[in-house]
Write a protein that binds this ligand. Structure first.
Ligand code: NAD
Length: 523
């Protein structure tokens, strides 16, 4: 990917470096038309029954099932992922999300009856879950299909029109053209607008009703500032530096395999990949040796891969040129400051095929220890006690995910609770993201808001608060005119109701008085 800040971007294969196609930014007038169309779609989508919206979303599922191989080929061409990574996290998961939301949406989006406090006795209260209007989804490059389609379909299910701006690094333009031509999905309800960073900023200026942003902390801050100018609500799903804590009572074989996957799946280009590994001193040498030995057996991406095969490689390519440079910088910085390279490292500068890399003797002045690397690297640390592990893991500006590995389930839960993160696993890593029933999001610099789960669907709704009362000939105690008599009744009602025990007789007498005052005292 080149020329990020210009209006034409060359999309190329990270595996072979070959040119794929040119991406042209839409003009300002095109963007205005897109937002106008989206606004015209709002009342149409809003008027649809949820059942009909679910039928539309089902078309996405059918499209995915009918075209899984085509989708995988497109994703791999632009990201360089291994086929199994792409299959599990992009194609299978999209189907899983749709399957879950078809069941969950009718419950979550239904009107909700809520109780009434004593002061409002006799009235009814409700919460209605209404659409916000147009949701703008801005996505990163690491899961370019899943991250576009999942928030878009959730926002649509909640009754919104949607405009998505995918990453200019992996826009998947041919895939979106094919999707809209072949899926039969409702025209213009979801519009995918490919282009660079300025396209995202320009669209925000056209004031969508909410921004759902997934990307880096740096851009998240810019997006929030842009939204602040127009008071546009925003959810921010940002970066991470996940810690994984391994206690000395674990099954080493299983845990090594789990940690290895948590660190290197998707070539480490995961917001919740393991980047910091804390191993308890009693098993430190044994665990680390096994982890390094097994990691050396993983097949790293190379330019001659047969990307059609599920065994093309274990650890895919690094998608973007700038990400290759960043990962190299982190590894070089660590080695210059005294880290020990146990496996992997940079064999050919600038290559998108970076082998899984494990670094020991890491210290807090190293970038691999503190900054998001977003690559197949893991920085290893030794700890003695539970308290020390928690302190080390929490010593980060990020708070996205984390994991604890132990046979002592009480300790597992205790440590998991102590981690200041949005998502945590005990004896696994990162798979919270694969459960659409669970809300996902970060603490600290890792973001604001929750995505998926019930909360994640409600984030696309105007949660309208409603009070319902029948017409009558009576006015209320707190309405005008204010009189001494009314003030006395209010005071008596309060003292009767909140006394211990409650004085129901005094309450009833004053309730009757309030009623009769309401019927006669009118301005
Ligand atoms: P990025 O922040 O560079 O870009 C994300 C998107 O924002 C892109 O579409 C880009 O074009 C757009 N953008 C950039 N500047 C903009 C601006 N000023 N106005 C409007 N839009 C703008 O992120 P990236 O490099 O694509 O993605 C990697 C980051 O995303 C990592 O930090 C990773 O941890 C994070 N991420 C987070 C999650 C999560 O769920 N928390 C998931 C995946 C990735």
């Amino acid at each position: 990917m080149e020329n990020q800040n210009t209006s034409t971007i060359n999309i190329k294969s990270p595996i072979t470096g070959k040119f794929l196609y040119e991406l042209h930014d839409p003009s300002s007038s095109d963007l205005k038309k897109i937002m106008d169309v989206s606004r015209q779609m709002q009342p149409i989508i809003r008027a649809m029954s949820l059942e009909d919206r679910i039928k539309e979303v089902d078309k996405i599922m059918q499209y995915v099932l009918n075209h899984a191989d085509f989708i995988l080929d497109q994703i791999i061409a632009e990201t360089g992922k291994s086929r199994t990574d792409a299959y599990a996290a992009e194609v299978f998961e999209v189907c899983d999300v749709i399957d879950v939301y078809k069941k969950m949406a009718p419950k979550v989006l239904a009107d909700k009856k809520l109780p009434i406090p004593i002061f409002l006795m006799g009235k009814k209260s409700r919460q209605w879950k209404e659409p916000l209007g147009t949701i703008m989804v801005i996505t990163p490059w690491n899961f370019p299909f899943y991250q576009v389609i999942v928030p878009a379909l959730m926002a649509f299910l909640a009754g919104n029109a949607v405009v998505v701006k995918p990453s200019e690094v992996t826009p998947l333009l041919p895939l979106w053209k094919h999707f809209f031509a072949n899926s039969g999905f409702m025209k213009d309800a979801i519009q995918v607008v490919c282009g660079g960073k300025t396209v995202g900023a320009e669209l925000i200026k056209l004031r969508p009703d909410k921004i759902h942003f997934t990307g880096s902390v740096r851009t998240g801050k810019k997006i929030m500032a842009l939204c602040a100018e127009q008071l546009i609500p925003v959810d921010l799903e940002l970066g991470g530096k996940d810690p994984s804590i391994v206690f000395d009572d674990i099954n080493i074989d299983r845990t090594v395999n789990g940690v290895m996957w948590g660190a290197f799946t998707n070539a480490g280009q995961n917001c919740t990949g393991i980047e910091r590994l804390y191993i308890q001193e009693g098993i430190y040498d044994k665990f680390l040796k096994e982890l390094v030995d097994k990691t050396k057996l993983l097949k790293t991406s190379h330019p001659d891969r047969n990307t059609q095969s599920p065994e093309d490689c274990d650890v895919g390519a690094i998608t973007a040129d700038f990400q290759v440079a960043l990962i190299e910088d982190h590894i070089e910085d660590a080695l210059a400051k005294g880290a020990k390279l146990l496996c992997g490292g940079i064999s050919q500068k600038g290559s998108h095929h970076i082998p899984p890399t494990i670094l020991e003797n890491c210290t807090l002045d190293m970038k691999v220890a503190t900054e998001e690397t977003f690559g197949p690297t893991v920085a290893v640390f030794k700890f003695k006690s539970e308290e020390e592990a928690i302190q080390m893991a929490n010593n980060s500006p990020y708070g996205l995910g984390g994991s604890v590995w132990t046979s002592d389930m009480n300790r597992g839960e205790r440590v998991a609770r102590a981690l200041v993160v949005g998502n945590v696993c005990i004896n696994n890593h990162m798979i919270n993201e694969a459960n659409p029933y669970l809300p996902f999001g970060g603490t600290k610099d890792s973001g604001i808001g929750r995505f998926k789960g019930e909360d994640g669907l409600l984030t696309f709704c105007n949660l309208k608060s409603v009070i319902i009362e029948k017409q009558s000939d009576s006015i209320e105690l707190q309405w005008y005119p204010f009189t001494k008599e009314k003030a006395e009744v209010l005071s008596n009602l309060m003292s009767a109701y909140f006394s211990k025990p409650k004085n129901w007789i005094k309450f009833a007498v004053n309730g009757i008085k309030a009623d009769s005052i309401g019927k006669k005292q009118k301005l």
